[in-house]
Design a protein around this ligand. Structure first.
Ligand code: SF4
Length: 180
């Protein structure tokens, strides 16, 4: 890793490749590595995400937390998590959206500035997952707020989350091109 960092510094590159052991194909890695440039084009500099745990078992959060470790290092692509919805471009939701969290999630969504994106992260968030049909959940975030991107998995891997974000960015670029 240190050799790669030095090589990139001396070669004036700003993106460090994924270390060995991360399950990602070269094609997928190339798409994700282009993220920084794409995000710069759409969001100015960076994509800020507010994450809300809407009743998850916490495994999805662990995978999201791993995104900021030195292996995945999502900040190198200009993506970071923020504490306030007022500073966020996107809302990443985990969990089946329990009835207890429904109002808090709506309030968080309403507190975000326009335009805003919503990411459903994990099987629970997509349709309730293993909690589907329970009286205590809303069976997926789309029943509470509009969703722009679905990332499946129970839990999704950090690589899967990165690829989901990459697809979301491509969708935004395409929508922007179609509207201009
Ligand atoms: S999708 Fe799976 S890992 Fe994520 S919160 Fe639901 S049960 Fe837990």
């Amino acid at each position: 890793m240190i050799k790669e960092i030095l090589k990139n510094i001396t070669g004036k590159k700003h993106v460090i490749p994924f270390p060995e052991g991360v399950k990602i194909s070269p094609e997928e890695a190339a798409k994700v590595i282009n993220l920084h440039e794409k995000i710069g084009r759409i969001f100015g500099r960076s994509l800020r995400i507010r994450q809300v745990d809407a009743g998850s078992c916490n495994a999805c959060e662990w995978e999201c937390t791993a995104l900021t470790n030195p292996v995945y290092d999502i900040q190198r692509f200009g993506i970071d998590f923020v504490a306030s919805p007022r500073h966020a471009d996107a809302l990443l939701v985990t969990g089946p959206v329990s009835r207890q969290m429904e109002l808090a999630l709506k309030k968080t969504y309403l507190a975000m500035p326009e335009p805003k994106l919503v990411i459903a992260c994990g099987d629970c968030t997509i349709d309730g997952g293993i909690y589907k049909g329970s009286y205590a959940v809303t069976n997926g975030v789309a029943n509470v707020i509009p969703v722009d991107c679905y990332i499946p998995g129970c839990p999704p891997t950090p690589t899967g989350i990165m690829l989901g974000l990459q697809q979301l960015i491509d969708k935004v670029i395409q929508a922007k091109a179609e509207s201009s």
